[in-house]
Design a protein around this ligand. Sequence first.
Ligand SMILES: [Zn+2]
Ligand SMILES: [Zn+2]
Length: 182
Amino acid sequence: MDLSSYAELAVRLVNTDSLGHEGGDMLGTLDGLRALVADREHLNHGITRADLEALRQIREELRSFFVSCSQGSGAEAAARLNELLIQYPVHPQLSGHDGQPWHVHYTESGSVSDKYAAGAAMGLAVRLADLGMERFGVCQAAPCQGVFIDTSAARTRRYCSDRCTNRANVTAFRARKRGEEA
Ligand SMILES: [Zn+2]
Ligand SMILES: [Zn+2]
C-alpha cells in the first residue's frame, strides 16, 4: 500500500458522516466500521467497540485538519496533524507476505483504530508536503461537509464526489434559469 492510499483512509474516515454519504453515519455501528475497512487487509480483523469510539474522535480531529487547510490556516493545520502523529505513531515493518517482494507496512501494531489513525495521519502529512496545503478541501455543495484531496491537474476541485458535483451543477443551472426568467 503506498502513501497516497493511506491518505485516502483519512478522507474515507471523515466522509463516513458527511451528508453526501448515503445511509447515514457509517460509524453508527460495528458493521458500518467493518464495511469501512473491508478492503484493507491490515485493518479488517479484531475490530472492537472501543475502536468505533476512538475512530469517531479521530474523525473529528481529521475533519478539523481539512477545515484548517481549506481556510488557509497552515500553522493550525500542521499543528493538528503533528498532534495526531505524536498520539498515533507509525510502526514500520518489512513484510514479504503472500509471495510478494519485500515491502514496508507502516502500521503494524496496536488496535485497529491506532493503526487506522497512524496510517491516515502519516499519509496526510506526506501528501501535504508533496502537494501543498491548498489541495486539501471541504465540499462546497452545501450542506455537504465531505472532504477531499485535489489531485486534478487544473487544481480546481471543489466537491467531494461526483454526486455533489452533479448536485451543484443542477443547482447552478436552476439559478441561471431563474435569473433568465426574472
Ligand atoms: Zn503488504
Ligand atoms: Zn460533497
